[in-house]
Design a binder for this molecule. Structure first.
Ligand code: GRF
Length: 216
């Protein structure tokens, strides 16, 4: 019997190095029974779009039309959901089973998160729950931590909060700058994000409350 092929959709807004790390591991056959079927960007000029196409992956820009600038909270959240519905339509057309956020800068609507509950992962450049939000590496340096790192987690409504799948640790050196620390963390990101995807596709992640158990 042939095993199921998981269809992966990746949401991006920028450089796309994590996206590319996952695509490569699929191409190399390290992640088996999976295909990255679509990359969707919230930014027209995201380098990730060209990178995806260079790997033969369909890449779309969906224009958010700066909805986050809407000052009224309720109207803004309505626009957010409308935007997410456009993304969902593209994911559904391609029967996406797993959604990866890879440097995706927009907060997802509750509608999106409910729709893909347990099927959305994110990578964050800190050892969560430390330093959620923007500029995590700068926050870590300013705080004076001796170790930093990255986290792959399932996505829930609260930003950078969902159950933790994998983490990796790197040392922080006295002469580190945001750039040198970010680079050291990024190397680890490129290891643990594909690893988490592989575990998911192999059915080895068991979530119970906040805890993610990795089955043998
Ligand atoms: C990474 O540091 C990731 O942890 C964070 O945004 C950055 C995206 O980089 N969420 P890239 O677009 O994957 O190169």
């Amino acid at each position: 019997m042939e095993s199921k092929v998981f269809s992966i959709g990746i949401l991006v807004s920028g450089r796309g190095s994590n996206m590319e790390a996952v695509i490569r591991k699929v191409e190399e056959g390290y992640i088996k029974n999976a295909k990255v079927v679509v990359v969707i960007s919230s930014r027209r000029d995201a380098p990730a779009l060209e990178k995806a196409r260079a790997h033969g992956v369909e890449a779309l820009f969906i224009d958010p039309k700066d909805f986050w600038k809407e000052p009224d909270y309720e109207r803004r959240e309505k626009l957010r959901e409308e935007y997410d519905r456009k993304i969902i339509a593209e994911l559904e057309k391609r029967n996406v089973d797993l959604v990866l956020l890879a440097g995706y800068m927009l907060k997802l609507s509750p509608h999106f998160i409910r729709k893909y509950k347990g099927k959305i992962m994110n990578i964050h450049p800190s050892l969560l729950p430390a330093f959620p939000g923007l500029n995590a590496q700068k926050q870590a340096l300013e705080y004076g931590v001796k170790y930093a790192g990255c986290t792959v987690h399932f996505v829930e409504e609260e930003v950078d909060h969902g159950p933790i799948i994998l983490q990796a640790v790197v040392p922080v050196y006295d002469d580190d700058t945001v750039e040198t620390l970010s680079e050291r963390i990024l190397e680890k990101e490129h290891e643990i994000y594909p690893e988490a995807v592989k575990l998911y596709v192999e059915g080895k992640l068991e979530v119970s409350g906040r805890k993610v158990r990795i089955k043998a």
